[in-house]
Design a protein around this ligand. Sequence first.
Ligand code: NHW
Length: 398
Amino acid sequence: KFQDTNTSNKQHKFWETQPVGQFKDVGNSSLPEGPIELPKPLSEVKQEPYNLPNLYEWTVCDMESDEICNEVYVLLTNNYVEDDDNLFRFNYSKEFLRWALHPPGYFQSWHIGVRVKSSKKLVAFITGISVKMRVRDEVVKMAEVNFLCVHKKLRSKRLAPVMIKEVTRRIHLENIWQAAYTAGVLLPTPVTTCQYWHRTLNPKKLIDVGFSRLGDRMTMSRAIKLYKLPNSTSTPGLRKMELRDVPAVTRLLKNYLSQFIVAPDFDDIEVEHWLLPQENVVDSYVVESEDTREITDFISFYTLPSSILNNQNHSILKAAYSFYNVSTRIPLLQLMNDALIIAKQKDFDVFNALDVMENECFLKELKFGQGDGQLYYYLYNYRLSNALKPSELGLVLL
Ligand code: NHW
C-alpha cells in the first residue's frame, strides 16, 4: 500500500482548527503579517476549563511545593522527550524546572497538570510563561509553552489537544493572544527549522553510551586528541557574571538581539532571572575590559542532563546547551571556545548549540558535529510572510 511519507501532507485534525499558519497557505504572500485572529473581550473567553475524559481532573502545579515539584519531575523524567533511537530522555532537574517556570511575573495558573481522579497520580503536564517578544519592530506579549507531556500509557488518546486548548484559554484570560513554542515534530507551520550541533567533550563516554560513533579511520586515542581542550580559558577579563553586571548585560543583549527578526525583549529583572548564574542550572560569564572596566562580551549556557536508557556503565549524560552569547570586542569563536573549556572543567560530556543567531560562525571551526533530527520553532496566532533562516532567529527556548 502506498504510504505518504511527506509529513507536510499529513492531516492535522487539531492543528487545522487553530490560528496558526496552515501548510496550504505556505508561499501565499497575499496574507498579511501579524495576528491571525483578533483578541476577544475577556468576558467572551470561556470561563470554565475544558472537559477531560471522566477519569481525570485538572490540577494547578505549585512548583514551590517540594512534593508537587517532585511529582512533575518524576512524570517528566519517565515520560518526556526522547531521541529518535530511544537511547536518551531529557532529565530536567527540579531546580531547573523551578527556574524555567518562575520567571518574573509568572502565572501559577499556567502550570497545568492532569491527575487520575481516583489515585491522584499526575499523568500529564503543560506550562506557559509570559515573555515580551519582538517580531521585526513590534514588541508583542506572548506566552512560551513548554513541558507538554502525557504519560506513556495515555498516548494517542487526543489528550494533548485538550491540554493545549486549556493552556490557551488560561493565557487568553490574562489577555495574551500569541505564543511561541518549539517541537521536534513537524506541525503547521514552522517559523524556522533549526538543527542541534554537538561538541564532544568526553569522547570515551559519548561513544560508550551510543551518543556518537568512531568514524572511519578514527580511533579512540585519535578522538581523545581531536577533542582535547586547553585547561584554562584564553580571554583576559573573562569572569563569572555577578548581580552588579545585570544592567550592562541587559544593554549588551538588547543591542545584540535587535539584529534578529524574532527575539525576546528582556529587561533588567528578566536578565537577572534568566542569566545570573545558578549552580547546575545556568552559567554565565562576562568579559570585563581590564582598562575601562566595561562589560564588552557575554556567554551563557544551561544545564540539561539526559537519562541514558539501558546502559550498564552510565545513567546520566551531562549536557550544556548554548543559551545567549554576545560578542562586541572578542570574536564569538574565541568566546565559545572558552565556553567549551569552562564546560569541560565543569565535567559536562557534551556542549550543544542550535544553528540560531550567529552560531554558524563557530560550529564547524570548534568541531561541533551536526545532530540528527530538527527543532522546529512555531508562533501561535502570528503569521510571518515567509519562513526565517535559523540565523534570523534570536530565541532559545529551554
Ligand atoms: S515539545 C515536547 C513535547 N513533548 C514530548 O515530546 C514528550 C513526549 N511525548 C508526549 O508526551 C516542547 C506526547 O507524545 C505528547 C502528545 C504530549 C507530545 N506540540 O494526545 P494526542 C513543548 O512542550 C499534536 C504540539 O493523541 P500524544 C511545546 C499532534 O500533531 N502538538 O498525542 C508544546 C496531534 O494533532 P494533529 C503536538 O502523543 C507546544 C495531537 O497532538 C505535539 O498522546 C504545544 C495528538 O494528540 C507537540 N509537541 O500526546 C502547543 N505532539 O492536529 C502550544 C503532538 O496533528 C500552542 N502534537 O492531529 C500555543 C498555545 C498557547 C496559545 C496562547 C495564545
